[in-house]
Design a protein around this ligand. Structure first.
Ligand code: PMP
Length: 396
């Protein structure tokens, strides 16, 4: 059968991260700090709205671009948050920016990569990166060019600039980032946006963790509620709807990763192509869950974010005396350096932790280097504290 398999599949090596999950499966009740999904329940009104949608028979297809009710909520939110005027795909009129619902943030990313990358093209991403990014490029016969962002993990214009060439189609920023929880300042967003505009490449902003930004990372104002502080983003800059492709999701923010819901908004020329590709791939995101997600905009996740900030503080306080920890401003991850004195790779350290029944992901899963490991603090604080104790012991 092997000779039948396409290069786009066989070129992908998923062994690194699978090895840890395979080892994990052998453990009895491990302290699992490897999981990239929230540990709080979906807000009741969101669950109720989804159940009600099923009961009321909203179980068929929705329009490819998304259910009108959800699209209205998303577009209103983009107006409030970013000041964007980006109506749903298909809205008549001379709109330069548009919005569509996607099957998860991953769905939006896949459609964007497919819409933009021809074989031989390049895109530019940070190293460390979210695990899917390089593989999405491979699936398109293209290449993800890695920008070394150690030790602060910021995808700055000065680091990106040398990587741009005539093959580059886009730069993909993830803010707050996975695996480091890092955000850019407003000035850094401006510089990156200006660089992309000057070089004629698209800037994509993956903001799946946009609600998980801690008080110290919130510096910019919400467009229509200036008293509300938000995370800086290139999507917040003047005219951004025309030159930034924004990708956001519901799964992490509202604890419903299995619902597979996200959205994309930005330059019409790109969103229109993504809409066509959606029609012949995903068709539409799950109908009743789209109606559930409409209720997300009425849920206040403020307490959850505060709770995660306290856990972030616990991680930083506990591990900083032992090693280099870049303080995450958002998301629910810390990307921690294995103390150099141990002379161990991230993989070796993760394997050592397995002996103490603790699971983390080695940095090599997210990077060309294997010097760090990722902790997810989306876990019960008591377990997190226990896990941190064992990590500190292993670092001694
Ligand atoms: N982007 C980033 C940065 C992520 O961390 C993830 C999920 N871990 C995704 C996209 C994919 O999210 P979804 O489940 O919505 O497809």
């Amino acid at each position: 059968m092997h000779e039948l398999i396409a290069d786009r599949a066989s070129a992908i090596d998923a062994s690194g991260i699978r090895r840890i999950f395979a080892l994990a499966a052998t453990l009895d009740n491990p302290i699992n700090l490897s999981i990239g999904q929230p540990d709080f329940p979906v807000p009741a009104k969101v669950r109720d709205a989804a159940c009600e949608a099923i009961e009321q028979g909203h179980n068929g297809y929705t329009p490819n671009q998304g259910h009108p009710d959800l699209l209205v909520r998303i577009c209103n939110w983009l107006k409030t948050d970013l000041g964007w005027d980006a109506p749903p795909v298909g809205t008549p009129g001379e709109h330069t920016a548009m919005t569509m619902v996607t099957s998860g943030t991953s769905g939006a990313l896949l459609l964007a990569f497919m819409a933009l990358l021809d074989p031989g093209d390049e895109c530019v991403i940070a190293d460390p990166y979210f695990v899917s990014y390089p593989h999405l490029a491979t699936m398109c016969g293209a290449k993800a060019v890695l920008v070394d962002t150690y030790p602060d993990f910021k995808l700055t214009a000065s680091r990106v600039e040398p990587m741009l060439n005539e093959k580059t189609k886009f730069v993909l920023l993830n803010t707050p980032s996975n695996p480091a929880g890092v955000t850019l300042s407003r000035e850094e967003c401006i510089e990156l946006r200006d660089l992309c505009a000057a070089r004629g490449v698209l800037l994509i902003s993956d903001e799946i963790y946009d609600e998980f930004v801690f008080a110290d990372g919130q510096t910019d104002a919400c467009a229509q509620q200036p008293q509300t502080k938000r995370c800086p983003s290139p999507a917040r800059l003047d005219g951004a709807a025309e030159n930034v492709l924004l990708i956001r999701g519901f799964g992490k923010t509202y604890g419903c990763t299995g619902w597979r819901l996200g959205y994309a908004s930005g330059p019409r020329a790109v969103i229109d192509e993504m809409g066509k590709l959606q029609q012949y791939t995903f068709v539409c995101a799950p109908a009743p869950l789209q109606l559930g997600a409409s209720a997300c905009f009425d849920a206040d996740m403020g307490e959850v974010v505060k709770d995660y900030q306290a856990r972030r503080d616990m991680v930083v306080q506990r591990l900083s005396p032992m090693t280099k920890v870049t303080v995450p401003s958002g998301a629910f991850y810390a990307f921690v350096q294995v103390p150099q004195a141990l002379a161990m790779s991230g993989t070796q350290f993760a394997e050592k932790l397995i002996e103490s029944n603790v699971l983390v992901i080695p940095g090599g899963a997210f990077s060309a280097r294997d010097t760090h490991f990722r902790i997810s603090f989306a876990t019960d604080p008591k377990k997190l504290a226990q896990g941190l104790d064992r990590i500190v012991d292993a670092m001694k």
